[in-house]
Design a protein around this ligand. Structure first.
Ligand SMILES: Cc1ncc(C[n+]2csc(CCOP(=O)(O)OP(=O)(O)O)c2C)c(N)n1
Ligand code: SF4
Length: 256
């Protein structure tokens, strides 16, 4: 474990785990973007000094494991219900900082209704949406966000939009509503984009502190295991395939 590594005399540790993360070793696959995104959320919690009053809402899917790696409270929601659980918690305890951390199967498939209505009501919560275009944990089935032609275990010939529809652009959909304060799409495939995603996640939490209302950061991510590619090619898949359907940038920013 990194925390146990003895630092030789004369050396200084410059890269450490955020205080909001536990010492539990990551169990995500090599090259999985959940690891990077989870760390960015922890950094935002540290920087804003809100750990003592932050509660995460865990989904199902690989995203769920984040609760093992954090030193803040978590509530496990039923499949897709994270935004509804977050709504109840935040309304009952307005001083808490409440965030959901969900994959596309959770947020944009079974949880579509909960997500859309929480956004439309402008609930003062923060949603982190990891869009890896596949159901990661359960073996790589097609998700609503699966790209046209993309092979998955349930679309072995590639996704056929004539029978299964088109990649579901939930951020564009939510950005049309009056309720949300901030809807943005980011990525973490290189350092520059990690920095941009870090800023966006911090803003989404700060909005909640300032009472601005619903904020969602979508992160277009790679699941190299189910893409059956190397970590490096997972990053390439994001830039060469996924971003064609999910262009990056802010979709809605309500200021001040
Ligand atoms: C009520 C219920 N229905 C179905 C499942 C099965 N299930 C678990 S995870 C998952 C898909 C998760 O995919 P996604 O949200 O994209 O997360 P990822 O694993 O990619 O992070 C499904 C269908 C479940 N656990 N509970
Ligand atoms: S299966 Fe995919 S989403 Fe799940 S940990 Fe592995 S790479 Fe990440």
């Amino acid at each position: 474990m990194l925390a146990d590594v003895k630092i030789p005399e004369g050396y200084v540790r410059v890269f450490k785990r955020p205080d909001s993360m536990s010492d539990a070793p990551y169990t995500y696959c090599p090259g999985c973007h959940h690891g990077v995104i989870g760390r960015l959320v922890a950094e935002a919690i540290d920087e804003l000094g809100i750990r003592g009053r932050t509660v995460g809402i865990a989904p199902v899917g690989c995203a769920v494991f984040l609760y093992r790696f954090y030193r803040c409270d978590f509530i496990q929601a039923a499949h897709g219900r994270a935004c509804a659980v977050a709504t109840g918690l935040k309304r009952a305890n307005p001083d808490l900082i409440v965030f959901t951390y969900q994959g596309d199967g959770d947020l944009a498939a079974i949880g579509t209704a909960e997500t859309v209505h929480a956004a439309n009501r402008g609930e003062n919560i923060t949603a982190i949406f990891v869009n890896n275009a596949v159901y990661g944990m359960t073996g790589g089935e097609m998700a609503p966000t699966t790209l046209p032609g993309q092979r998955t275990v349930t679309t072995p010939e590639g996704r056929d939009v004539r029978t299964t529809g088109y990649p579901f652009k939930i951020s564009e959909m939510l950005a049309q509503l009056d309720g949300p304060a901030y809807i943005t799409r980011q990525a973490v495939y290189d350092v520059r984009h990690v920095q941009m995603a870090r800023k966006a996640i911090r803003k989404a939490f700060r909005n909640q502190l300032e009472g601005k209302g619903f904020s969602m950061v979508e992160v277009v991510a790679a699941c190299p295991t189910n893409l059956k590619v190397s970590p490096v090619h997972g990053n390439k898949w994001v830039t060469e395939q996924a971003l064609r359907y999910f262009p990056l940038g802010d979709l809605k920013v309500r200021d001040p």
